[in-house]
Each structure stands twice: as C-alpha cells, then as structure tokens.
Design a protein around this ligand. Structure first.
Ligand code: NAD
Ligand code: DAU
Length: 333
C-alpha cells in the first residue's frame, strides 16, 4: 500500500489514522478527501500536510471528484460520515446523503478502477443489548439499527457486501465500538463533559446514566484498521473492541474525579429518544486471525491523557463550545 485515499481524514478517527500511518509506515502517501463539515478541522492534520499527506477539500457525494481521486489510489479507507446520533435524530437527511449515497459513489469508483476498499463502520448496526447480560455482538448477530445514523451505516455496510458479491469489489469492513482520545469533537460524550468542566458549565448526563458503552482508545482502532487493510481477507468483516464496558455514569464520575470536582456535580437531562442500552463486541476473530491486541487498555490512564489534551488545546475547541451547547440547550439536553 503506497497511495492511500482516506475519506474523512480531517475528522476525529480519520485524522488519528493519518497520523498513525505517517508515524508508523514510512513508504505510504495519503490523500485526505474531506468536506470539512462542522466536524472536520484542517488543524487536525495541519502539521502532517506536505510531501506525504495532501488534503483535498471536497464531498464524497461528488462523483467526478471521487472518480478522479480513486483512479490514482491503491486503496481507499472510508471514514467520512455524519457521525453523531443526536444530530441524526434532529435532521436525518445529511446522514442519508453522506453515509449511504457517498459510500455508494466510493464503492462504484473502487469497483470500476479495481481499487481496494475498507469500510469503517460501527457496532451500532447491531442495535443494543440488555443491560444485564454478558452477551456480546458477534459476526452472526443480525443488523438491527436504532437511529437514523446507525441505520445509514448499516445500509452502507450492506451496499459494500453487495458490491463484493456482485461486482468483485476488493473490500473489507470493520465495525468498531466507541472511540475516545485526542481530536474528538466536543459534541460527543467524553469531550463534552471534559470541556463543560473546563469552562465552568455543568456536565450533562442523559437519563440515569446506566447505558453502557464499550470504549476503545483511538490509536488501537488505527492499528486494527491497518492490520485489516494489509492482511485482512477480502469480503470479510472484523469486529474491533477492547472489552472495556462502562456505564455513562461511571465514566462521568471518573472525569469529575480526575478534574477534582464533587462527584455529584452534574445535571441529568432529557434522554435520547431510542437510546441504545448497551454495546459489547466480540473481537476474537481480529485477535486470532490477524494477531491484533489492544495496547491502550488502562482506561483511567488514557482518559487522564485525553483530559490533558483538552486542557492543552483550548484554542482547538473553545470557539465551538457556545454553539454546540446552544444546540443541546434547544433540545433540552
Ligand atoms: P467525525 O464526525 O469526527 O468525522 C467525520 C469526518 O467526515 C469529518 O472530518 C467531516 O468533515 C467528514 N465528512 C462528513 N461528510 C463528508 C462528506 N460528504 N464528504 C467528505 N467528508 C465528509 O467522525 P468520527 O467519530 O471520526 O467517525 C469516523 C468514522 O468512524 C465514521 O464512519 C463513523 O461511523 C465511524 N465510527 C465512529 C466511532 C466513534 O466512536 N466515533 C466508532 C465506530 C465507528
Ligand atoms: O458505538 C460506536 C458509536 O459511538 C459511533 O458509531 C458513533 O459515531 C459515535 O458518536 C458513538 O455513538 P454514541 O451515541 O454511543 O456516542 P455519544 O458520545 O453521542 O454518547 C455516548 C453515550 O453518552 C450515549 O449513551 C449517550 C450519552 N451521552 C451523550 C452526550 C453527548 C450523555 O449522557 N450525555 C451527553 O452529553
């Protein structure tokens, strides 16, 4: 793999992947295709731009642009998406366009130019699990998405599978659990609570905070994607998780403690409609077949590193804080 096209490479996980590739795979050049929506930020990769990393500002829904870029790539790693569940409940349309139509454009181009494709997807395609079981989603679990966001990702995964079977697309798919780490947009749970505390606002918990998420440090996601891209079997799906299940209340209390706040200094706000209860994934195929193992398994330590990153990067997030919180306020959250 010498020439990668990374869609959404100016967003949270995509920019961490580009950084990982630059730091660990010296022979590889990356073209980032990113629309720079409210969630994309050129700053995330500004220090990487140059000989090895180029940024094309554009839309994956623009067929001609996608064709031109895919024709010059050896592989496409597809991160670009509308990614926030709450936004999808307020306005689903951009999710249908970017996540479904945009993915269609990319796989059609990859099939035409015989370019390797990797689809970045989510555990949310499987719906949710009851709070009190030890059951996990496996590759045999049926797709059962709950929100417009997760339904649009499930649709995109299905398109990829159909293109593998009917058009010989050289593709793999990975479904990953909740990521955390540097460069995550402040609309998301962990950075929202950290930055609320840092600027004197009260942290906001949906409902009673019993919902469980399965947390993965973003660099472990990047290493998993690289493994699948370079050693995964075509047509296969791999689940990515570090088995780090925590309730939202537990995570919030850890943040409060690490920032020396009273443990009850948060507000319970309106719950998310259709709020998934629990996610948990079985990543044994990725571990046994490709030898991937999560390296960043000390959640408290990595959460503390993540808090330090937001403390050291006020200028990265403070300009957006009021606007993000105004939107939440309008929704009663
Ligand atoms: P993000 O919202 O931080 O970044 C998305 C990026 O895509 C942004 O840079 C944005 O500008 C770009 N983008 C959006 N629409 C575009 C379009 N039409 N054309 C080109 N670029 C466009 O999202 P993220 O959290 O980094 O998620 C990245 C991918 O990983 C998504 O596909 C998401 O479904 C998947 N994923 C996320 C998580 C998570 O915990 N955040 C977990 C599993 C899978
Ligand atoms: O599971 C993978 C998914 O994880 C990805 O596919 C999505 O792109 C990503 O956004 C994330 O989805 P979630 O809905 O789980 O993440 P979010 O950060 O929005 O919320 C995490 C949990 O925290 C969820 O149970 C809702 C809750 N929450 C969220 C916010 C923003 C709160 O309690 N308070 C909040 O202020």
């Amino acid at each position: 793999m010498r020439e990668l096209l990374v869609t959404g490479g100016a967003g949270f996980i995509g920019s961490n992947f580009v950084r990982y590739v630059v730091n660990n795979h010296p022979g590889v050049r990356v073209t980032v295709l990113d629309k720079l929506t409210y969630a994309g930020n050129k700053e995330n990769i500004a220090d990487l731009l140059g000989e090895r990393v180029k940024l094309v500002v554009g839309d994956i829904c623009d067929k001609d642009l996608v064709d031109r870029l895919v024709a010059n790539a050896e592989a496409v790693v597809h991160y670009a998406a509308e990614s926030h569940n709450d936004n999808s409940l307020a306005d689903p349309e951009p999710f249908i366009q970017t996540n479904i139509v945009g993915t269609f454009n990319l796989i059609a181009a990859c099939a035409k130019f015989k370019v390797r494709f990797h689809q970045i997807s989510t555990d949310e395609v499987y719906g949710d699990l009851p709070l009190v079981t030890s059951e996990r989603f496996t590759l045999n679990s049926p797709y059962n998405p709950s929100s417009p966001y997760s339904a649009s990702k499930a649709s995109a995964d299905m398109l990829v599978r159909a293109w593998v079977r009917s058009f010989g697309l050289q593709a793999t798919i990975s479904n990953c659990s909740n990521n955390y780490g540097p460069y995550q947009h402040i609309e998301k749970f962990i950075p929202r609570q950290i930055t609320n505390i840092l600027c004197g606002r009260t942290p906001k918990l949906y409902g009673d905070g019993a919902n469980i998420r399965d947390w993965l440090y973003v660099e472990d996601h990047s290493r998993a994607v690289w493994k699948i891209l370079t050693a995964g079997r075509i047509g296969e799906t791999y689940l990515i998780s570090a088995n780090c299940e925590l309730s939202n209340l537990t995570v919030l209390k850890m943040i409060l403690k690490l920032l020396d706040q009273p443990l009850d200094s948060f507000e319970q706000v309106k719950d998310r409609p259709g709020h998934d209860l629990r996610y948990a994934l079985d990543s044994s195929k990725l571990q046994t077949e490709l030898g991937w193992k999560p390296q960043f398994t000390d959640f408290k330590r990595n959460l503390s590193k993540t808090i330090a990153w937001y403390q050291e990067h006020y200028q990265w997030w403070e300009g957006q804080k009021e606007m993000v919180e105004d939107e939440y306020f309008k929704r009663g959250q």
